[in-house]
Design a protein around this ligand. Structure first.
Ligand code: GCO
Ligand code: MG
Length: 412
């Protein structure tokens, strides 16, 4: 099984996706997701200019050797661009191995540890009535766990809240806040931490009052708080029994989490912007988090994220893989195979893709009774329709950013 060709495909059906497609001398094809939201073309260049030439002629069965070769021979290690590129190669090689073996990837990873993966969806609203409608709509779709984000009085637009137009277009169920902000410059949003900290506990009180104690609820603070503010929020949310509080503080400063931990028992999830096991060393060893947020797509692929999760398992820390729409269906399938196989699965984020994306990427996963399953097709179970993909050229799209009232740039 020798790699004969390697193609990098960029398509933008509902948003930009970068996919690596490997073809072997025996005619098998394998796919890997290399999408890095807002910096897509950097990974395209890294793959095309520096990785593809190294892959041609290699034995596609040698997954671990190829990973180590790409990681170590570059000399310059880690970082989102490098690790997304290596992730795409690794994922495509697992896809190929599965196809060669006639087995779904999760079987090669040790087989299923459960019947399906609990998934959470994104409910949001600018105010409580809109939020309640969105939660109900998600429940009607089968979601058994719900992330709750709301508008904050006095702030015009903030992370995680769909605009009016997107709500109407998507019936309040499937929205996507980031592509709505597509443009040649990053959109500016506003932020005020004190208003947010005052408002969020009242929202969770209302949601618990309306939906009862059973429903697992999550919330993403999206890196915007200082450690002491994060501790305050965790403590204030304790009565509402959150499944997790995500990215309470920018995680580059890992020691900050010691302070947060000392003051709250609200479970913490971190890691969607990490990309190696070394980024997790301290926070796993010191048990400063409860859930690992990394995606296969951004963390060196199935092989490397499995190492992170195996390390986390020793400390009773579980997976909570990142699954917004900027993870392509290929990256999502990889997450499902890995999540089904590891013992310490926690929950899977599942933000549904749009209809055009589902046409470009033909998928075989299932979504039943709130549980996802990757399906039993050999490999990952996703195929890319090149004709469909070709209809949607790349569109420049930046993520938004925040400014405080006095004009200071703030974490988004
Ligand atoms: C999440 C994330 C996303 C990110 C996005 C950036 O928890 O799903 O925070 O919404 O903002 O993936 O590209
Ligand atoms: Mg997040």
């Amino acid at each position: 099984m020798i790699i004969d060709s390697a193609e990098v495909i960029v398509t933008s059906p509902d948003r930009n996706f970068v996919t690596l497609k490997l073809t072997t001398d025996d005619g098998l094809t394998g796919l890997g997701d290399a999408t890095l939201n807002g910096r897509e073309l950097a990974v395209v260049a890294y793959l095309k200019d520096h990785v593809v030439p190294l892959l041609l002629g290699r034995d596609a069965h040698r997954i671990e050797d190829t990973w180590q070769f790409l990681y170590r021979s570059a000399y310059w290690r880690r970082g989102p661009v490098t690790m997304a590129a290596i992730a795409a190669v690794d994922t495509a090689l697992w896809d190929l191995k599965g196809k060669a073996a006639g087995m779904p990837v999760y079987q090669l990873l040790g087989g299923a540890s459960r019947t399906g993966l609990l998934a959470y969806g994104h409910a949001s609203g600018r105010d409580l009535p809109e939020l309640f409608d969105s939660i109900r709509a998600h429940q009607a779709q089968g979601y058994k766990a719900i992330r709750v984000q709301t508008g904050v009085p006095g702030l015009k637009s903030i992370y995680g809240i769909a605009s009016n137009a997107t709500y109407e277009a998507m019936d309040g169920v499937r929205y996507d806040h980031e592509p709505a902000q597509r443009g040649s410059l990053p959109a500016e949003e506003d932020w005020d931490t004190r208003s947010y900290l005052r408002h969020v506990p009242t929202v969770f009180e209302a949601v618990r009052g309306e939906f009862g104690p059973e429903l697992p609820l999550l919330h993403d603070a999206h890196h915007r708080l200082t450690p002491v503010q994060a501790a305050q929020l965790g403590k204030a949310l304790e009565p509402y029994d959150l499944f997790w509080l995500e990215d309470v503080t920018p995680a580059e400063n890992q020691e900050a989490l010691r302070l947060v931990r000392r003051h709250t028992t609200t479970p913490l999830a971190i890691g969607e912007i990490f990309n190696t096991v070394w980024d997790y060393q301290q926070i796993i060893r010191e048990q400063l988090i409860d859930y690992v947020r990394s995606a296969v797509t951004h963390t060196g692929g199935i092989s490397h994220l499995k190492k992170v999760l195996d390390y986390a398992a020793q400390y009773q820390i579980k997976s909570g893989m990142h699954g917004p729409t900027d993870i392509s269906p290929v990256g999502m399938a990889a997450a499902l195979h890995l999540g089904l196989s590891v013992h310490n699965f926690g929950i899977q984020e599942y933000m549904r893709h749009g209809a055009r994306t589902d046409q470009v990427f033909q998928q075989s996963f299932t979504w039943q009774d709130g549980l996802l399953h990757p399906g039993d097709r050999p490999g990952l179970g996703v195929e890319l329709d090149l004709d469909e993909a070709g209809k949607y050229p790349y569109v420049q799209a930046y993520l938004p950013f925040n400014r405080l009232a006095d004009g200071t740039v703030h974490d988004w």
